[in-house]
Design a protein around this ligand. Structure first.
Ligand code: 5GP
Length: 205
């Protein structure tokens, strides 16, 4: 029987750079995790491709998927649904591979409930003024959206206690290395490896 893979959840406040860090994780050729592509009702941005960046769906399609129990988690964020399709995550874990989710905090809390064995990593901003710069600096959102994102960010920072690890997003490459280090370490935990040694002993006996 193949060991189940690890579920890795990267979350953190709005504008902290989760998307940038996630892209850098997957641009690294030594990364062996599978990325779980999210479903959203938000419109594609310039250059975004359906089935690569997101599964872009209508509100009706998304709500149907929720009703059919097809979502591991979902949340409404700045007027749109975002969520993780369950089947893919299950398939990858059952196949013994690690699966990586990059999601906002309400969704991460739902995953914590559904899959408490996961590894929950909170990406933190170097400081709050920088967080604000990043939210505004994106330049594609109206002031209303920026303010809404700030309010969310304050709440989200209070949520750090629900996570296993905090990674500061000072330099993207540093954050990537830390995330990969966490996953490596998690694979070495006694509780994850001891059964292999027990099985070896059994076979010898
Ligand atoms: P954006 O619209 O900038 O691509 O993403 C907005 C927010 O939605 C980001 O904080 C991103 O992490 C989050 N997000 C992306 N996919 C998912 C998902 O599947 N579930 C949840 N809960 N949040 C997601």
């Amino acid at each position: 029987m193949t060991d189940r893979g690890l579920l890795i959840v990267l979350s953190g406040p709005s504008g902290v750079g989760k998307g940038t860090v996630r892209k850098a994780v997957f641009d690294d050729p030594t990364t062996s995790f599978e990325y779980s592509i999210s479903m959203t009702t938000r419109k594609p941005r310039e250059g975004e491709v359906d089935g690569v960046d997101y599964y872009f769906r209508t509100k009706e399609q998304f709500e149907q998927a929720i009703q059919d129990g097809k979502m591991l988690e979902y949340a409404q964020y700045v007027g749109n649904y975002y969520g993780t399709p369950l089947d893919y995550v299950e398939e990858i874990l059952a196949d013994g591979k690690d699966v990586f989710l990059e999601i906002e905090v309400q969704g991460a809390l739902q995953v914590r409930q559904a899959m408490p064995d996961g590894i929950f990593i909170f990406l933190t901003p170097p400081d709050l003024s920088e967080l604000k710069n990043r939210i505004i600096g994106r330049g594609t959102e109206s002031m209303d959206v920026v303010e809404e994102r700030m309010t969310e960010a304050r709440k989200e920072i209070e949520m750090m206690n629900s996570y296993d690890y905090a990674v500061v997003n000072d330099i993207v490459d540093n954050a990537v290395q830390k995330i990969k280090g966490i996953v490596q370490t998690e694979h070495l935990k006694i509780e994850r490896v001891v059964h292999k040694y027990e099985k070896m002993l059994e076979e010898l006996e």
